[in-house]
Write a protein that binds this ligand. Sequence first.
Ligand SMILES: [Mg+2]
Length: 120
Amino acid sequence: MANVLIVDDSRTSRRILREILEEAGHTIVGEGTDGEDGYIKYKGLKPELVTMDITMPKLDGIEALQLIKKANPDAKVIMITAAGQKEKMIQAIRYGAAEFISKPYENEEVMQIIDKVLHM
Ligand SMILES: [Mg+2]
């Protein structure tokens, strides 16, 4: 079980992901509401795992991923993707994203990916 930071500008998306992760026994240590907020909270909370939406104001998920990996190269960041974001996914791999979870969320898929990344 892990301490997780959820970063997403959609309140609904954060709530759904929180419910899935809490049901699986994980602890949500914080929520970031945009890329900049997510980066600040990452530094303050030092979570074991981050879920990072891609399309967000201030800093997008790719920019926040870069900052987090610069601060901690071992950081485990799972990108949350929507349809049509292939180019962004390629960038995210280049900057060290651990895995991808696609919206809309499938509970089983979310739990499998989180477990896989935690055991990397
Ligand atoms: Mg978004």
